[in-house]
Design a protein around this ligand. Sequence first.
Ligand code: FAD
Length: 454
Amino acid sequence: MNKTLLVLLSGLLLLGCQEVEEQTANEVMVLGGGLMGSATAWQLSKQGYRVRLIEKQDSIYTQGSSYGEARIARSNNRGNDIWSYLHNRSVQEVEELIAFLNKDLPEPIHHVEDIYTTSPVTYVGRTRIYERLLASLERQKVKYDMASNPAEGRDLYNVLLPESVLMQREYNLHSGTINPRALIQKLHQAVRKMGGSVEYQTKVLEVKQDSVTQRFHLLLDQQGQEQQITVSKVVSALGPYTGTTLREVAPYLDTLINPQRVFLAFFRVAPKVYRSLTVEQQQKLQDFYPVINSSKGTRSGSFFSMIEYFDSEDIPVIKIGGHFQRSAIDDLDQVWQKDLMQEEIEWSLKSTAGYFRMLNIPVESEDLEWVDGYSCVYALTASEVPIVSPVITPDHKPDANFVVLGGMSGVGAKGAMSYGLIAADLFTLRSEPDSMYWVVKKALGFERLLEDVY
Ligand SMILES: Cc1cc2nc3c(=O)[nH]c(=O)nc-3n(C[C@H](O)[C@H](O)[C@H](O)COP(=O)(O)OP(=O)(O)OC[C@H]3O[C@@H](n4cnc5c(N)ncnc54)[C@H](O)[C@@H]3O)c2cc1C
Protein backbone atom coordinates (compact mmCIF):
# COMPACT_ATOMS: atom_id res chain seq x y z
CA MET A 1 0.00 0.00 0.00
CA ASN A 2 1.43 3.41 -0.86
CA LYS A 3 2.19 5.92 1.87
CA THR A 4 -0.43 8.52 0.89
CA LEU A 5 -3.19 5.90 0.88
CA LEU A 6 -2.08 4.71 4.32
CA VAL A 7 -2.24 8.23 5.74
CA LEU A 8 -5.69 8.75 4.17
CA LEU A 9 -6.98 5.47 5.57
CA SER A 10 -5.69 6.13 9.09
CA GLY A 11 -7.23 9.61 8.89
CA LEU A 12 -10.59 8.08 8.01
CA LEU A 13 -10.23 5.54 10.82
CA LEU A 14 -9.47 8.35 13.23
CA LEU A 15 -12.55 10.24 12.11
CA GLY A 16 -14.55 7.06 12.61
CA CYS A 17 -13.21 6.71 16.16
CA GLN A 18 -14.13 10.28 16.98
CA GLU A 19 -17.66 9.66 15.76
CA VAL A 20 -17.97 6.48 17.80
CA GLU A 21 -16.69 8.37 20.82
CA GLU A 22 -19.41 10.98 20.28
CA GLN A 23 -22.03 8.27 19.86
CA THR A 24 -20.99 6.45 23.01
CA ALA A 25 -21.15 9.87 24.65
CA ASN A 26 -17.87 9.36 26.37
CA GLU A 27 -17.05 13.05 26.55
CA VAL A 28 -18.36 15.54 29.05
CA MET A 29 -17.89 19.26 29.10
CA VAL A 30 -17.61 20.63 32.65
CA LEU A 31 -18.27 24.35 33.06
CA GLY A 32 -16.55 26.03 36.01
CA GLY A 33 -13.31 24.96 37.64
CA GLY A 34 -14.05 25.86 41.27
CA LEU A 35 -14.37 23.13 43.89
CA MET A 36 -17.54 21.58 42.45
CA GLY A 37 -16.61 21.56 38.77
CA SER A 38 -13.11 20.29 39.54
CA ALA A 39 -14.38 17.54 41.84
CA THR A 40 -16.96 16.45 39.26
CA ALA A 41 -14.39 16.51 36.46
CA TRP A 42 -12.14 14.22 38.51
CA GLN A 43 -14.94 11.82 39.41
CA LEU A 44 -16.06 11.62 35.78
CA SER A 45 -12.45 10.97 34.66
CA LYS A 46 -12.17 8.24 37.26
CA GLN A 47 -15.32 6.65 35.93
CA GLY A 48 -13.98 6.52 32.39
CA TYR A 49 -15.23 9.75 30.86
CA ARG A 50 -13.04 12.08 28.88
CA VAL A 51 -13.43 15.51 30.42
CA ARG A 52 -12.99 19.01 29.11
CA LEU A 53 -13.02 21.44 32.04
CA ILE A 54 -13.67 25.09 31.18
CA GLU A 55 -12.67 27.87 33.58
CA LYS A 56 -12.76 31.60 32.95
CA GLN A 57 -9.96 32.38 35.42
CA ASP A 58 -6.29 31.66 35.01
CA SER A 59 -4.63 28.58 36.53
CA ILE A 60 -4.30 30.50 39.79
CA TYR A 61 -7.77 30.75 41.24
CA THR A 62 -8.32 34.30 42.49
CA GLN A 63 -12.06 34.87 42.48
CA GLY A 64 -15.08 32.71 43.20
CA SER A 65 -16.80 31.03 46.11
CA SER A 66 -13.86 28.63 46.51
CA TYR A 67 -11.25 31.38 46.84
CA GLY A 68 -8.91 30.98 49.82
CA GLU A 69 -6.86 28.48 51.75
CA ALA A 70 -9.16 27.47 54.58
CA ARG A 71 -12.77 26.40 55.03
CA ILE A 72 -14.09 24.59 58.07
CA ALA A 73 -14.33 20.84 57.52
CA ARG A 74 -16.21 18.98 60.22
CA SER A 75 -17.88 15.75 60.86
CA ASN A 76 -20.58 16.94 63.23
CA ASN A 77 -23.66 18.87 62.35
CA ARG A 78 -26.33 19.03 64.96
CA GLY A 79 -29.06 19.80 62.47
CA ASN A 80 -28.72 17.27 59.72
CA ASP A 81 -26.74 14.07 59.15
CA ILE A 82 -26.31 14.73 55.44
CA TRP A 83 -23.54 17.29 56.11
CA SER A 84 -21.71 14.78 58.22
CA TYR A 85 -21.95 12.16 55.47
CA LEU A 86 -20.82 14.62 52.79
CA HIS A 87 -17.71 15.54 54.77
CA ASN A 88 -16.75 11.97 55.73
CA ARG A 89 -17.24 10.65 52.21
CA SER A 90 -15.14 13.55 50.88
CA VAL A 91 -12.28 12.58 53.19
CA GLN A 92 -12.27 9.07 51.66
CA GLU A 93 -12.31 10.54 48.19
CA VAL A 94 -9.40 12.88 48.97
CA GLU A 95 -7.40 9.87 50.18
CA GLU A 96 -8.09 8.15 46.87
CA LEU A 97 -7.13 11.25 44.89
CA ILE A 98 -3.83 11.53 46.72
CA ALA A 99 -3.06 7.83 46.13
CA PHE A 100 -3.79 8.30 42.42
CA LEU A 101 -1.50 11.33 42.14
CA ASN A 102 1.31 9.50 43.92
CA LYS A 103 0.94 6.38 41.80
CA ASP A 104 4.06 5.68 39.72
CA LEU A 105 6.09 8.42 41.44
CA PRO A 106 9.45 7.31 42.88
CA GLU A 107 8.24 8.63 46.23
CA PRO A 108 4.98 10.24 47.35
CA ILE A 109 4.89 14.00 46.96
CA HIS A 110 1.15 14.47 47.55
CA HIS A 111 -0.29 14.20 51.03
CA VAL A 112 -3.76 14.30 52.54
CA GLU A 113 -2.30 16.94 54.88
CA ASP A 114 -1.85 19.27 51.88
CA ILE A 115 -5.66 19.37 51.80
CA TYR A 116 -6.75 18.91 55.41
CA THR A 117 -5.33 20.48 58.53
CA THR A 118 -6.56 18.40 61.43
CA SER A 119 -7.35 20.68 64.35
CA PRO A 120 -10.12 20.25 66.91
CA VAL A 121 -13.22 22.07 65.71
CA THR A 122 -14.69 24.15 68.52
CA TYR A 123 -18.43 24.81 68.69
CA VAL A 124 -19.86 27.37 71.05
CA GLY A 125 -23.62 27.49 71.45
CA ARG A 126 -26.52 27.95 73.82
CA THR A 127 -27.16 25.14 76.30
CA ARG A 128 -30.69 24.75 74.93
CA ILE A 129 -29.15 22.81 72.01
CA TYR A 130 -27.51 20.32 74.41
CA GLU A 131 -29.83 17.32 73.85
CA ARG A 132 -29.92 17.73 70.10
CA LEU A 133 -26.18 18.18 69.94
CA LEU A 134 -25.51 15.13 72.08
CA ALA A 135 -27.79 12.97 69.94
CA SER A 136 -26.09 14.06 66.72
CA LEU A 137 -22.60 13.53 68.17
CA GLU A 138 -23.50 9.95 69.04
CA ARG A 139 -25.30 9.28 65.76
CA GLN A 140 -22.51 10.76 63.69
CA LYS A 141 -19.79 8.92 65.64
CA VAL A 142 -17.86 12.04 66.51
CA LYS A 143 -14.95 11.97 68.97
CA TYR A 144 -15.67 14.88 71.24
CA ASP A 145 -15.68 16.40 74.67
CA MET A 146 -17.93 19.12 75.99
CA ALA A 147 -18.30 21.68 78.77
CA SER A 148 -21.90 22.66 79.36
CA ASN A 149 -21.57 25.20 82.20
CA PRO A 150 -19.00 27.75 83.46
CA ALA A 151 -17.42 25.32 86.00
CA GLU A 152 -16.92 22.61 83.38
CA GLY A 153 -15.53 25.23 81.01
CA ARG A 154 -12.88 26.22 83.56
CA ASP A 155 -12.01 22.62 84.47
CA LEU A 156 -11.93 21.12 81.02
CA TYR A 157 -10.58 23.89 78.79
CA ASN A 158 -9.64 26.78 81.08
CA VAL A 159 -12.17 28.99 79.29
CA LEU A 160 -14.66 31.53 80.63
CA LEU A 161 -18.09 30.36 79.51
CA PRO A 162 -21.02 32.65 80.21
CA GLU A 163 -24.13 31.11 81.82
CA SER A 164 -26.28 29.11 79.36
CA VAL A 165 -23.39 28.64 76.95
CA LEU A 166 -21.70 25.35 76.11
CA MET A 167 -18.46 24.55 74.34
CA GLN A 168 -17.92 21.30 72.49
CA ARG A 169 -14.83 20.16 70.62
CA GLU A 170 -14.55 17.63 67.82
CA TYR A 171 -11.40 15.51 67.44
CA ASN A 172 -11.98 13.40 64.32
CA LEU A 173 -9.04 12.89 62.00
CA HIS A 174 -9.18 15.43 59.12
CA SER A 175 -11.73 17.60 60.89
CA GLY A 176 -10.37 21.12 61.08
CA THR A 177 -9.91 22.97 57.81
CA ILE A 178 -9.86 22.05 54.15
CA ASN A 179 -7.73 24.02 51.68
CA PRO A 180 -9.76 24.80 48.53
CA ARG A 181 -6.79 26.25 46.66
CA ALA A 182 -4.70 23.10 47.13
CA LEU A 183 -7.61 20.78 46.38
CA ILE A 184 -8.50 22.56 43.13
CA GLN A 185 -4.87 22.40 41.96
CA LYS A 186 -4.60 18.69 42.71
CA LEU A 187 -7.93 17.92 41.06
CA HIS A 188 -6.83 19.70 37.88
CA GLN A 189 -3.58 17.74 37.93
CA ALA A 190 -5.49 14.49 38.32
CA VAL A 191 -7.91 15.31 35.48
CA ARG A 192 -4.95 15.94 33.18
CA LYS A 193 -3.22 12.78 34.34
CA MET A 194 -6.36 10.89 33.31
CA GLY A 195 -6.12 12.40 29.80
CA GLY A 196 -8.69 15.18 30.24
CA SER A 197 -8.07 18.86 29.60
CA VAL A 198 -8.38 21.90 31.82
CA GLU A 199 -8.82 25.07 29.80
CA TYR A 200 -8.21 28.31 31.67
CA GLN A 201 -9.13 31.80 30.53
CA THR A 202 -12.10 30.35 28.69
CA LYS A 203 -15.42 31.95 29.47
CA VAL A 204 -18.81 30.46 28.70
CA LEU A 205 -20.85 33.29 27.20
CA GLU A 206 -23.98 31.38 26.31
CA VAL A 207 -25.53 27.91 26.64
CA LYS A 208 -28.45 26.88 24.42
CA GLN A 209 -30.12 23.59 23.66
CA ASP A 210 -31.26 22.52 20.21
CA SER A 211 -34.88 21.44 20.66
CA VAL A 212 -34.62 18.87 17.85
CA THR A 213 -31.22 17.22 18.42
CA GLN A 214 -31.24 17.91 22.18
CA ARG A 215 -27.56 18.85 21.88
CA PHE A 216 -26.07 21.91 23.56
CA HIS A 217 -24.58 24.88 21.75
CA LEU A 218 -21.98 26.72 23.78
CA LEU A 219 -20.50 30.06 22.92
CA LEU A 220 -17.04 30.36 24.46
CA ASP A 221 -14.63 33.24 24.75
CA GLN A 222 -11.12 31.79 24.64
CA GLN A 223 -8.70 34.55 25.50
CA GLY A 224 -10.61 37.06 23.41
CA GLN A 225 -11.57 34.70 20.59
CA GLU A 226 -15.16 33.53 20.32
CA GLN A 227 -15.84 29.89 19.51
CA GLN A 228 -19.15 28.10 19.02
CA ILE A 229 -19.18 24.41 19.92
CA THR A 230 -21.83 21.72 20.10
CA VAL A 231 -21.71 19.01 22.74
CA SER A 232 -23.95 16.23 24.03
CA LYS A 233 -23.15 16.12 27.73
CA VAL A 234 -22.60 19.03 30.07
CA VAL A 235 -22.02 19.58 33.76
CA SER A 236 -22.50 23.10 35.03
CA ALA A 237 -20.74 24.20 38.21
CA LEU A 238 -20.62 27.95 37.72
CA GLY A 239 -21.07 28.92 41.36
CA PRO A 240 -22.74 32.32 41.74
CA TYR A 241 -22.94 32.66 37.93
CA THR A 242 -25.17 29.59 37.53
CA GLY A 243 -28.49 31.42 37.17
CA THR A 244 -27.34 34.08 34.71
CA THR A 245 -25.27 31.77 32.49
CA LEU A 246 -27.91 29.03 32.29
CA ARG A 247 -30.84 31.38 31.70
CA GLU A 248 -31.63 29.70 28.33
CA VAL A 249 -31.49 26.04 29.44
CA ALA A 250 -32.73 26.33 33.02
CA PRO A 251 -34.30 29.79 33.52
CA TYR A 252 -35.80 28.81 36.91
CA LEU A 253 -32.31 28.56 38.47
CA ASP A 254 -31.94 32.32 38.42
CA THR A 255 -34.67 32.71 41.03
CA LEU A 256 -33.97 29.44 42.84
CA ILE A 257 -30.30 30.11 43.50
CA ASN A 258 -29.56 33.38 45.14
CA PRO A 259 -26.00 34.79 45.19
CA GLN A 260 -25.23 36.72 48.37
CA ARG A 261 -22.29 38.84 49.38
CA VAL A 262 -20.33 37.72 52.41
CA PHE A 263 -17.29 39.45 53.81
CA LEU A 264 -14.15 38.08 55.37
CA ALA A 265 -11.87 39.98 57.74
CA PHE A 266 -8.32 38.93 58.60
CA PHE A 267 -6.49 39.85 61.79
CA ARG A 268 -3.37 38.86 63.62
CA VAL A 269 -2.28 39.45 67.19
CA ALA A 270 0.34 42.24 67.15
CA PRO A 271 3.75 40.51 67.04
CA LYS A 272 4.91 42.05 70.33
CA VAL A 273 1.78 40.83 72.13
CA TYR A 274 1.82 37.42 70.43
CA ARG A 275 5.40 36.85 71.54
CA SER A 276 4.56 37.90 75.09
CA LEU A 277 2.06 35.02 75.34
CA THR A 278 3.30 31.83 76.96
CA VAL A 279 3.95 28.83 74.73
CA GLU A 280 0.80 27.23 76.18
CA GLN A 281 -1.29 30.32 75.37
CA GLN A 282 0.04 30.42 71.79
CA GLN A 283 -0.73 26.74 71.43
CA LYS A 284 -4.20 27.22 72.89
CA LEU A 285 -4.88 30.02 70.44
CA GLN A 286 -4.01 27.67 67.58
CA ASP A 287 -5.90 24.71 69.03
CA PHE A 288 -9.17 26.59 69.56
CA TYR A 289 -9.47 27.43 65.87
CA PRO A 290 -11.45 26.72 63.79
CA VAL A 291 -14.54 27.78 65.71
CA ILE A 292 -18.22 28.14 65.03
CA ASN A 293 -19.53 30.48 67.65
CA SER A 294 -23.25 30.91 68.22
CA SER A 295 -22.99 31.77 71.90
CA LYS A 296 -25.18 34.85 71.55
CA GLY A 297 -28.02 32.69 70.30
CA THR A 298 -28.72 35.19 67.52
CA ARG A 299 -28.00 34.82 63.84
CA SER A 300 -26.34 38.23 63.66
CA GLY A 301 -24.09 37.40 66.62
CA SER A 302 -22.87 34.10 65.13
CA PHE A 303 -19.53 33.78 63.42
CA PHE A 304 -17.11 31.29 61.98
CA SER A 305 -13.40 31.84 62.33
CA MET A 306 -10.21 29.94 61.53
CA ILE A 307 -6.50 30.32 60.97
CA GLU A 308 -6.04 31.01 57.26
CA TYR A 309 -2.25 30.79 57.24
CA PHE A 310 0.88 31.62 59.23
CA ASP A 311 2.56 34.82 58.02
CA SER A 312 6.25 35.44 57.38
CA GLU A 313 6.74 36.14 61.11
CA ASP A 314 5.08 32.81 61.93
CA ILE A 315 2.07 34.53 63.44
CA PRO A 316 -1.33 32.97 62.71
CA VAL A 317 -3.56 35.07 60.50
CA ILE A 318 -7.12 34.63 61.71
CA LYS A 319 -10.04 34.88 59.33
CA ILE A 320 -13.55 35.71 60.55
CA GLY A 321 -16.92 36.00 58.85
CA GLY A 322 -20.58 35.43 59.53
CA HIS A 323 -23.02 33.48 57.40
CA PHE A 324 -25.79 35.76 58.64
CA GLN A 325 -23.82 38.89 57.83
CA ARG A 326 -24.57 38.22 54.19
CA SER A 327 -26.28 40.78 52.00
CA ALA A 328 -27.91 41.18 48.60
CA ILE A 329 -25.85 41.97 45.50
CA ASP A 330 -26.48 44.75 42.97
CA ASP A 331 -23.79 43.82 40.47
CA LEU A 332 -22.22 40.36 40.65
CA ASP A 333 -19.16 41.32 38.59
CA GLN A 334 -18.37 44.31 40.81
CA VAL A 335 -19.16 42.91 44.26
CA TRP A 336 -15.77 41.20 44.65
CA GLN A 337 -14.10 44.61 44.65
CA LYS A 338 -16.36 46.04 47.36
CA ASP A 339 -14.48 47.17 50.47
CA LEU A 340 -15.66 46.22 53.92
CA MET A 341 -17.87 48.76 55.65
CA GLN A 342 -16.74 50.25 58.95
CA GLU A 343 -19.45 48.39 60.89
CA GLU A 344 -18.33 45.11 59.32
CA ILE A 345 -14.76 45.72 60.46
CA GLU A 346 -15.98 46.62 63.94
CA TRP A 347 -18.20 43.50 64.15
CA SER A 348 -15.24 41.31 63.13
CA LEU A 349 -12.90 42.95 65.63
CA LYS A 350 -15.42 42.79 68.47
CA SER A 351 -16.27 39.15 67.77
CA THR A 352 -12.59 38.11 67.63
CA ALA A 353 -11.69 39.98 70.82
CA GLY A 354 -14.76 38.50 72.57
CA TYR A 355 -13.62 35.01 71.64
CA PHE A 356 -10.14 35.66 73.06
CA ARG A 357 -11.78 36.79 76.31
CA MET A 358 -13.79 33.55 76.39
CA LEU A 359 -10.61 31.56 75.78
CA ASN A 360 -8.98 33.34 78.70
CA ILE A 361 -6.09 34.46 76.49
CA PRO A 362 -4.87 37.99 77.37
CA VAL A 363 -5.41 39.68 74.00
CA GLU A 364 -7.59 42.82 73.84
CA SER A 365 -9.17 44.32 70.74
CA GLU A 366 -6.41 46.96 70.55
CA ASP A 367 -3.86 44.11 70.33
CA LEU A 368 -5.43 42.88 67.10
CA GLU A 369 -3.90 44.12 63.86
CA TRP A 370 -5.93 44.39 60.70
CA VAL A 371 -4.36 42.30 57.89
CA ASP A 372 -6.89 42.25 55.08
CA GLY A 373 -10.55 42.03 54.24
CA TYR A 374 -12.55 41.35 51.14
CA SER A 375 -15.99 40.65 49.79
CA CYS A 376 -16.88 37.29 48.37
CA VAL A 377 -19.97 35.52 47.21
CA TYR A 378 -21.73 32.25 47.59
CA ALA A 379 -25.04 31.21 46.15
CA LEU A 380 -27.75 29.48 48.12
CA THR A 381 -31.21 28.03 47.78
CA ALA A 382 -34.07 28.93 50.13
CA SER A 383 -33.47 25.78 52.21
CA GLU A 384 -29.68 26.26 51.96
CA VAL A 385 -29.43 22.67 50.70
CA PRO A 386 -27.45 22.57 47.44
CA ILE A 387 -28.74 21.17 44.14
CA VAL A 388 -26.97 18.35 42.31
CA SER A 389 -29.44 17.31 39.67
CA PRO A 390 -30.22 16.94 36.00
CA VAL A 391 -31.99 20.03 34.66
CA ILE A 392 -35.70 19.81 33.88
CA THR A 393 -36.94 19.12 30.33
CA PRO A 394 -40.02 21.00 29.04
CA ASP A 395 -42.15 17.94 29.89
CA HIS A 396 -40.80 17.96 33.48
CA LYS A 397 -38.44 15.00 33.10
CA PRO A 398 -34.75 14.88 34.09
CA ASP A 399 -32.44 15.78 31.21
CA ALA A 400 -29.81 13.09 31.73
CA ASN A 401 -27.32 15.00 29.57
CA PHE A 402 -27.14 18.20 31.58
CA VAL A 403 -26.32 18.10 35.27
CA VAL A 404 -26.13 21.19 37.43
CA LEU A 405 -24.39 21.72 40.76
CA GLY A 406 -25.61 24.95 42.29
CA GLY A 407 -26.54 26.78 45.46
CA MET A 408 -23.59 25.18 47.26
CA SER A 409 -23.99 27.81 49.99
CA GLY A 410 -21.63 28.37 52.90
CA VAL A 411 -21.11 24.68 53.55
CA GLY A 412 -20.08 23.34 50.16
CA ALA A 413 -16.32 23.01 50.55
CA LYS A 414 -16.19 20.21 53.08
CA GLY A 415 -18.46 18.03 50.93
CA ALA A 416 -17.00 19.02 47.54
CA MET A 417 -15.66 15.58 46.66
CA SER A 418 -19.00 13.95 47.47
CA TYR A 419 -21.04 16.43 45.46
CA GLY A 420 -18.68 15.73 42.54
CA LEU A 421 -19.17 12.00 43.02
CA ILE A 422 -22.95 12.27 43.05
CA ALA A 423 -22.92 14.50 39.96
CA ALA A 424 -20.70 12.02 38.09
CA ASP A 425 -22.92 9.13 39.18
CA LEU A 426 -25.90 10.84 37.53
CA PHE A 427 -24.14 10.30 34.19
CA THR A 428 -22.65 6.90 34.77
CA LEU A 429 -25.61 5.49 36.75
CA ARG A 430 -23.10 4.20 39.29
CA SER A 431 -24.54 3.93 42.79
CA GLU A 432 -23.70 2.79 46.30
CA PRO A 433 -25.55 0.52 48.71
CA ASP A 434 -25.05 2.86 51.69
CA SER A 435 -28.47 4.18 52.75
CA MET A 436 -27.03 7.64 53.54
CA TYR A 437 -25.76 7.87 49.97
CA TRP A 438 -29.38 7.61 48.83
CA VAL A 439 -30.67 10.02 51.45
CA VAL A 440 -28.13 12.61 50.34
CA LYS A 441 -28.70 12.02 46.63
CA LYS A 442 -32.42 12.51 47.15
CA ALA A 443 -32.00 15.64 49.25
CA LEU A 444 -29.94 17.26 46.47
CA GLY A 445 -31.60 15.69 43.48
CA PHE A 446 -34.18 15.94 40.77
CA GLU A 447 -37.45 15.37 42.63
CA ARG A 448 -36.49 18.01 45.15
CA LEU A 449 -35.55 20.40 42.30
CA LEU A 450 -38.91 19.78 40.66
CA GLU A 451 -40.69 20.49 43.94
CA ASP A 452 -38.72 23.71 44.41
CA VAL A 453 -39.57 24.92 40.92
CA TYR A 454 -43.22 23.87 40.54
C1 FAD B 1 -16.85 33.37 52.84
C2 FAD B 1 -17.15 31.93 52.64
C3 FAD B 1 -16.98 31.05 53.69
C4 FAD B 1 -17.25 29.70 53.53
N1 FAD B 1 -17.04 28.85 54.54
C5 FAD B 1 -17.18 27.53 54.36
C6 FAD B 1 -16.82 26.62 55.37
O1 FAD B 1 -16.33 27.00 56.42
N2 FAD B 1 -16.98 25.28 55.13
C7 FAD B 1 -17.48 24.81 53.96
O2 FAD B 1 -17.60 23.61 53.80
N3 FAD B 1 -17.82 25.67 52.96
C8 FAD B 1 -17.67 27.00 53.13
N4 FAD B 1 -17.99 27.88 52.13
C9 FAD B 1 -18.68 27.38 50.93
C10 FAD B 1 -17.79 26.85 49.83
O3 FAD B 1 -16.59 27.57 49.75
C11 FAD B 1 -18.58 26.95 48.53
O4 FAD B 1 -19.81 26.25 48.69
C12 FAD B 1 -17.83 26.34 47.36
O5 FAD B 1 -16.56 26.92 47.26
C13 FAD B 1 -18.63 26.54 46.09
O6 FAD B 1 -17.85 26.07 45.01
P1 FAD B 1 -18.39 26.16 43.51
O7 FAD B 1 -17.47 25.37 42.69
O8 FAD B 1 -19.84 25.86 43.50
O9 FAD B 1 -18.30 27.71 43.17
P2 FAD B 1 -17.05 28.57 42.63
O10 FAD B 1 -15.85 28.32 43.44
O11 FAD B 1 -17.52 29.98 42.54
O12 FAD B 1 -16.79 27.98 41.20
C14 FAD B 1 -17.43 28.43 40.05
C15 FAD B 1 -16.36 28.54 39.01
O13 FAD B 1 -16.96 28.86 37.76
C16 FAD B 1 -16.16 29.82 37.12
N5 FAD B 1 -17.05 30.54 36.21
C17 FAD B 1 -18.08 31.37 36.52
N6 FAD B 1 -18.67 31.82 35.40
C18 FAD B 1 -18.01 31.27 34.37
C19 FAD B 1 -18.15 31.35 32.96
N7 FAD B 1 -19.11 32.10 32.39
N8 FAD B 1 -17.30 30.65 32.18
C20 FAD B 1 -16.31 29.86 32.74
N9 FAD B 1 -16.12 29.76 34.06
C21 FAD B 1 -16.97 30.45 34.86
C22 FAD B 1 -15.64 30.69 38.24
O14 FAD B 1 -14.49 31.40 37.86
C23 FAD B 1 -15.37 29.66 39.32
O15 FAD B 1 -14.08 29.14 39.25
C24 FAD B 1 -17.73 29.23 52.27
C25 FAD B 1 -17.89 30.11 51.19
C26 FAD B 1 -17.58 31.45 51.37
C27 FAD B 1 -17.71 32.37 50.21
